[in-house]
Design a protein around this ligand. Sequence first.
Ligand code: SF4
Ligand code: SF4
Length: 743
Amino acid sequence: MDKKTGTYICSGCGIGDALDADKLCELATKEYKVDLCRIHPSLCGEEGAQVIKKDIEDGVNTVVIAACSPRAKSDSFSYDTTTTVLERVNLREHVIWTHPSDDEDTQMLAEDYLRMGLARAQKVSPPEPFQEAIDKTILVVGGGISGLSSALGAAKAGYEVCLVEKSPSLGGWMTKLYKQFPKHPPYHELEDTGIEAKIKEVEENPRIKIFVGTEIEKIEGAPGMFDVQLRQNGNQSNLKAGAIVQATGFTPYDASKLDSLGFGKCPDVITTLQMEEIAQEGKIKRPSDGKEAESVAFILCAGSRDENHLTYCSSVCCLTALKQALYVRQQNPDSKVYILYKDIRTPAQYEDFYSWVQEDGSVVFARGEVLNITEDGGKGLVVEFNDVLLGEVIAVKADMVVLATGMVPNSVPGEVQLAKADSGTTAGEEASAEIAPDSGFYASPALHLKYRQGPELPTLKYGFPDSHFICFPYETRRTGIYAAGCVRQPADSAVSVEDATGAALKAIQCVELTARGYAVHPRTWDQTYPDLFMQRCTQCKRCTEECPFGVYNEDEKFNPLPNPTRCRRCAICMGSCPERIISFKDYSVDIISSMIKAIEVPDEFEEKPRVVAFLCENDAYPALDIAGINRLAYNPYVRVIPVRCLGSVNIVWIADALSKGIDGILMIGCKYGDDYQCHFVKGSELADYRMEKVQETLTRLVLEKDRLQVHQLSISEYEKLPQIFDDFLKRMEEIGPNPYKEL
Ligand code: SF4
Ligand code: SF4
């Protein structure tokens, strides 16, 4: 691209009062030889926008706007990305709102940011969107309440849907329920499940093709171009899909592991699922002798929130027990029900249902721990219970005991991987461990993906396949494949329907963005994708292993084979590549190196040290903007470079910064771990792991390892950033200037 660069300095919002805008213009013109530089009192206003528009019409194709944060006024500064390069220099939030006006250091900060922006603009080229013929069919895997709802949602929005269910009929667990707990005010009456009507609606929808008794043999390809191979009654068939919703549900926790609660030993100890079957048949009778049950004890959290079984809460077991208490009470008004609980969890309006059941004086609630269950010589069961509210051990006599067991998602991987997740393996170790299990590793394999990184969705610690439950629900670590219902989180039918609708919308968003050559969340505006200069690839496999989204397959010689539409554009592969051969049109090792090299490093350290701070654009960079909005002042010697993800930081940038004479490097990314928020799943953790190695290298080179620090921060912790900067500069003063400064 033959660049014609226009630089626009806004003097509005106080920028013109705090800074010498003429000097900035002079810098752009003299040092960077820009074609034109204009100072305008309000670039985001109508007249300012017209000035830039007119220049673009007259041939400017590279627009550098030095004004507010790139996160502000994006509508005002929006141009055709395929013909115009746009660079935003943050003079407002990161300079004048956080540093004193009319000050030498503040002016130097603004000048460095302008240099960095101009250096970047020189190297960036417009994207060439990846656009191939794509199929917009939505494949829904699983025909329970979530799968049916996703299929209907997508079909009603006008998309063709293929619904694949491995059992011979649709409906899933809902068909096994006698009633469901109330979904409507006043939350008193049990309701029919409504599943038959839902199945009928799906069967009658002309956009939905149903495949029951069908398994997926394999899925190849990428969003917009998945090739799906099915097997039905021994016959093979193929279909194409653009995006996938996995709604393969759950399996009830294996009650045979609950022998301490009498299951398997006493025939009258059953699970809530068995209770549904009994209720569907008519009278509630105890299994051992068919006698009508006059007293029933429900044990909540049976094998849940228990470190020896499921450590999490399955969210619906309490409600199921309350519902089944009414089955017993409504059939036999003389019956007695005991609900033995650790805690009762009835979220939102379901609390009204709980209160309603509490009003029945024949339903007794007791809080504590079950000590023992024994048979009483044919007269029933005796539950010994340590009642923590009464402070004594009580014995409850009952004809039947019902265990409210939890849900295990059908995405759960084998025991080995669960144990590994529990052991706190780091992202770096995980990546180098090359986990690529086959389908047999999973209890209920569903997708059989032909991906280098494994055949099923990667999961969180407990086997649920979410990728970022705070910002991007339904998204998984496989782009274009969305999880809904109990495979994503323990859920009742209402939550499952909501999930299913959300996942269907995500799938639709995916096919539409892919068709136009854009990335999916979070960089939905991004039309770039990784470009590999393969002549220099050493087949080290870092990119294929460390990409959080399984973008790369491999050929037989271990060459990486990218699938651009699977890519989320995090650039973690760029950070991992030791040969530095992965780049994007607007983000590359060279582009960021040029920004570092553009910083002016004064000789006099005592007065003016310099620090480069790589801030993740997802949390840390917006947090610094918020600090600016709140006018939180911080050290003027820090030069911030936004990065797509901390995992995209290539270690050569550390070397570039140190050899330039920069005194220290800060890296601030998203939090990770059990409550993790890294927007690219493991980028922040990978950066931490890699930088530990860099710190070791610094020590070997007799450089203080503190010259590099890595921090994690959530967006709400914006007030901590000034302190992090100030503390780091204090440390730099303690350890003195970078010795390379003098070379
Ligand atoms: S940019 Fe991110 S998602 Fe794309 S290939 Fe690289 S590591 Fe994978
Ligand atoms: S990380 Fe770089 S050198 Fe290694 S396989 Fe990938 S592209 Fe090749």
